[in-house]
Each structure stands twice: as structure tokens, then as C-alpha cells.
Design a binder for this molecule. Structure first.
Ligand code: HEM
Length: 221
């Protein structure tokens, strides 16, 4: 298993794993958003989709376990990368220069940790349904009603919207950075690569936000 040791002990290896697991998580987020947007097609569209997902039993559990493993690896290798970078430079710079680093890149750990706490809340809310008795009473078949009931509360809708701002911020830097780590680097295309994060990150955040916002405005009811 020397290759595994090599990956774990080199910052290039750790960075590549952070990038690959990040890409896989973005794949999940894109798929999840596409499914969620079916809410605009009405109760039958989203409830039918949720029933179809649940009918996949083993496959769904495989995807869930894969997602947990990928998220764990993403966090583990981010910590590992930070430690390796600290080892390479045991004495921190006397003065940090932020001239080139964007706000999004400087706050990756914070936006990542806050996004993780949002996901834990989100699972308790929509998957385990333990946050309110009304949602627990709906059962697992009426996802449409669950969304309406949840986002009619300004506190819940506000929490989701704030979480989407954080996720957008995390993806803003993460997406551009991961493509560069994976070798997408060409002087002609670098401005385009740098804009992948801000553009795609904002589109994904706006897509998710459209659901609580439309429910609060009474567009979906
Ligand atoms: C407005 C935004 C969102 C809405 C309305 C939403 C909606 C939902 C719903 C309805 C479920 C439960 C499906 C069911 O059990 O029938 C779910 C599960 C889940 N969501 Fe979201 N979601 C949103 C944003 C996100 C984001 C941004 C992420 C990750 C970054 C995420 C990650 C998950 C995960 C990991 C699950 C569990 C999937 C499973 O049960 O296997 N969600 N979401």
C-alpha cells in the first residue's frame, strides 16, 4: 500500500483527493437540485420523483454510503493538507498578505464547517423528520407538502437561504480551485476557469434558494 502512503503524505496527493471528492459532491448537489426543482411541476412531479428514488432501495443506500464516505474523505484530507502545509512552513508568515486571496478562498474552512452543520440540520429536518411533529406526521410520501409546511416558517426559510449563501461562497472558490488542481491550467483559458466557481456556485445557490423564496412569496402553495 505504498501508493496510499504516498498520497496521504504528499500535499499534491491530499489536494487531489480534496479536489476529486469535491467534484463528486458537486455532482450530487447538481443532481439533488435537478430533482428538487421538480417542485415547480407540482405535487405529483416531486412526490413521484421521491417515490421513484425510494423504490431504488439498495442502490439508494449504496449512493448514501458513498456520499458519506466521500464527505468524510473530503474533510479528512482537507485537515491533512493543512497539517502538511504547516509542516512545510512551521513558522507562519509574520504578516499575512491578502492582496490576491479572495474573501471566498480565505473563508473556506468556515464556509465548509457551516455547510456541514447545515447538512446535519437538513438531514434531521427532511430525512429523519425529527425537527417538528407536523413534519413527522406527514410521513415520507408527501415531499411537496413537507416543503410548503417547512418554508412557510420565515425562520426555517431564512436558515436555508443563509445556508445557500454559505454553500455558494464555498463553491465560488472550491470549484475554480478544484479544476486547477486537476490540471486544467492554460494561460488562454485561466480567466474562464477562474469564473467557473463564481458562476456555477451562484447558479446552484440561486437554484436552491428559489424554492424557499417561491414558497414564502406564495408562488408555490
Ligand atoms: C432549498 C434547498 C434544499 C431543499 C428544498 C432540499 C430538499 C430535500 C429533501 C426533500 C430531502 C429528503 C428526500 C426524502 O427523504 O424524501 C433532502 C435530502 C437530502 N439533501 Fe437536500 N435540499 C436542499 C438543499 C440541499 C443541499 C444544498 C445539500 C448539500 C449540499 C443537500 C443535501 C441533502 C442530503 C445529503 C440529503 C439526504 C439524501 C438521502 O436521503 O439519501 N440538500 N433534501
Amino acid at each position: 500500500m505504498s501508493w496510499l502512503k504516498q498520497i496521504t503524505n504528499s500535499s499534491v496527493g491530499a489536494k487531489s483527493i480534496v479536489a476529486l471528492t469535491g467534484l463528486a459532491m458537486v455532482g450530487f448537489v447538481v443532481g439533488h437540485l435537478s430533482g428538487n426543482l421538480l417542485v415547480f411541476g407540482g405535487p405529483d412531479a416531486i412526490n413521484g420523483y421521491a417515490a421513484w428514488l425510494r423504490s431504488k432501495g439498495g442502490l439508494l443506500w449504496g449512493a448514501r454510503l458513498g456520499l458519506i464516505a466521500i464527505t468524510g474523505l473530503h474533510i479528512y484530507f482537507t485537515i491533512r493538507l493543512n497539517l502538511l502545509n504547516k509542516q512545510a512552513r512551521p513558522i507562519a508568515y509574520a504578516k499575512k498578505s491578502y492582496t490576491k486571496a479572495s474573501f471566498a478562498s480565505r473563508t473556506m474552512v468556515l464556509s465548509g464547517l457551516l455547510s456541514l452543520s447545515y447538512i446535519l440540520f437538513h438531514l434531521a429536518h427532511f430525512t429523519f423528520r425529527v425537527t417538528s411533529p407536523e413534519i413527522a406526521a406527514l410521513g415520507h410520501t408527501d415531499v411537496y407538502q413537507m416543503l410548503i409546511l417547512s418554508f412557510n416558517s420565515p425562520l426555517v426559510a431564512g436558515t436555508y437561504i443563509a445556508a445557500m449563501v454559505l454553500l455558494g461562497l464555498h463553491l465560488n472558490h472550491g470549484l475554480s480551485s478544484l479544476f486547477q488542481t486537476l490540471g486544467l491550467n492554460h494561460s488562454k483559458y485561466n480567466p474562464m476557469i477562474r469564473s467557473i466557481g463564481p458562476v456555477l456556485g451562484s447558479l446552484l445557490a440561486a437554484g436552491f434558494m428559489s424554492i424557499p423564496v417561491s414558497i414564502m412569496l406564495g408562488i408555490l402553495k
